[in-house]
Design a protein around this ligand. Structure first.
Ligand SMILES: [Zn+2]
Length: 332
C-alpha cells in the first residue's frame, strides 16, 4: 500500500505520469466505486466504508472530468458498440445518506452524473447493517479483549486506540461464514463485548429515503439495485437469491417509476455471485451488473454481468488517485 503511494508521488513529481498517460493510452471503461463520503475518521461504525472526504471527492470528480469522458450506464450500449475511447462511471453502493447530503451537491455543481446502487430494505426499514454494528460493538466495548470460542481461535485484543484491527478481524470472520450462522455470531459478539446490540435509533438517519432518491433521479443521477438485505448472494439458496434480486427490482420500480436496469453485487468479489445469480438478473430484466474486485473494464473482455470496478478509499493519496485515472492498466 505504501509502495504505491511512493511510486505515484514520484510519477507525479517527475512529470512522468502525464507522459506515460499519453504514450501508454488505454481503452475501456474505468468504473470508480464509493460507499460513504465525508469525514468518517471518528465514526464508531465501519470506517472501511469511508471513501473520501468532501474535498477529496470534489477534487476526484474534477480530475476525472478533465481526463475521461464521464458517462452513465445508459450510455454503455453505444460506448461498448464503439469499442474504443476512455470512459469513466462514478458509482456508489449501499445508499448511505451522506451520498445525498455530501456527494450529490458536488456532483450537481460539477454537472457530473453518478449511479447509486441501493439496498432497498435499508430504505424501507432503516437499521444499522451488520458491518457497522460489528464495528460499533467493538468500539463501544469497555473490555480490553474478547474471546469467541467456537467462532474464532484465540482472543481478539482491543489494545490499539481505534480498534481497527479488531473490527477487521471480526468482519472477515462474518464474511467467511454461512449466512445461517451470522445472527448467532452477532449475538455472540454483543455478549462478548458487553456492548449489546445496536438500537434502532442509530440506524434511523443512516440511509437515503425515496424522496431523496427521486430528487437525485430528476437531477440526472441513476438509481439502481443492490439487493433487499445485502447478503452475499452466492452463499444463499436459489429461492433467497431470487427474492433478493426480484424484490429489489420490484421496490425500485414501484418507488422510482422505472425498471431496475443495473445492479451491483453485495461485497462483489468473484465468488459472491454465480450462475443462479445471473439467471435471476436475466429474469429481472437487468442489463448490466457490476462486481467489485478491482481492475478497469477493457472492451476486449466485456461481460455484461461482471463489469469490474475500482474501490476508492480514504487512504488513496491525490497522486495515487490520479495515477488510477490516467494509468489504470497499472494502478486499478
Ligand atoms: Zn454493499
Amino acid at each position: 500500500m505504501m509502495k504505491k503511494a511512493v511510486v505515484t508521488r514520484l510519477l507525479s513529481q517527475s512529470g512522468l505520469r502525464s507522459l506515460l498517460g499519453w504514450t501508454l493510452r488505454w481503452s475501456g471503461v474505468l468504473v470508480l466505486n464509493y460507499h460513504r463520503v465525508g469525514d468518517g475518521s471518528a465514526s464508531s461504525f465501519d470506517r472501511g466504508l469511508s471513501s473520501a472526504s468532501a474535498e477529496a471527492f470534489a477534487d476526484q470528480v474534477r480530475f476525472c472530468k478533465s481526463q475521461l469522458d464521464v458517462i452513465t450506464p445508459g450510455d454503455l450500449p453505444r460506448v461498448v458498440a464503439r469499442g474504443r475511447g476512455r470512459y469513466a462511471l462514478i458509482t456508489f453502493d449501499d445508499g448511505y445518506r451522506d451520498n445525498y447530503e455530501v456527494a450529490f451537491p458536488i456532483l450537481r455543481a460539477e454537472s457530473v452524473s453518478a449511479t447509486f446502487f441501493i439496498t432497498t430494505g435499508f430504505v424501507d426499514a432503516p437499521r444499522v447493517p451488520w458491518w457497522d454494528e460489528i464495528a460499533w460493538m467493538v468500539r463501544t466495548s469497555r473490555r480490553e479483549l474478547i474471546a469467541l470460542p467456537g467462532w474464532l481461535s484465540g482472543a481478539v485484543s482491543f489494545d490499539e486506540p481505534d480498534r481497527e484491527r479488531a473490527v477487521r478481524a471480526l468482519l472477515q470472520a462474518y464474511k467467511a461464514m454461512p449466512v445461517e450462522s451470522t445472527d448467532r455470531f452477532l449475538a455472540a459478539i454483543a455478549e462478548a463485548t458487553g456492548s449489546g446490540r445496536c438500537g434502532e435509533e442509530l440506524g434511523r438517519n443512516l440511509w437515503m429515503d425515496w424522496n431523496m432518491l427521486r430528487e437525485m433521479r430528476t437531477a440526472g443521477m441513476t438509481v439502481a439495485g443492490h439487493t433487499v438485505d445485502h447478503p452475499v448472494l452466492a452463499r444463499t439458496s436459489h429461492e433467497r437469491q431470487r427474492e433478493e434480486i426480484l424484490g429489489c427490482a420490484r421496490r425500485l420500480a414501484m418507488e422510482m417509476g422505472e425498471p431496475m436496469r443495473y445492479f451491483s453485487y453485495p461485497v462483489g468479489g468473484p465468488n459472491t455471485f454465480d450462475a443462479v445469480t445471473h439467471e435471476c438478473l436475466r429474469e429481472a430484466g437487468v442489463q448490466y451488473a457490476f462486481s467489485y474486485y478491482g481492475g478497469f473494464q477493457r472492451f476486449g473482455d466485456w461481460n455484461d454481468y461482471d463489469i469490474r470496478r475500482v474501490p476508492i478509499e480514504t487512504y488513496l493519496t491525490t497522486d495515487w488517485f490520479r495515477s488510477i485515472v490516467t494509468l489504470p492498466q497499472f494502478f486499478s
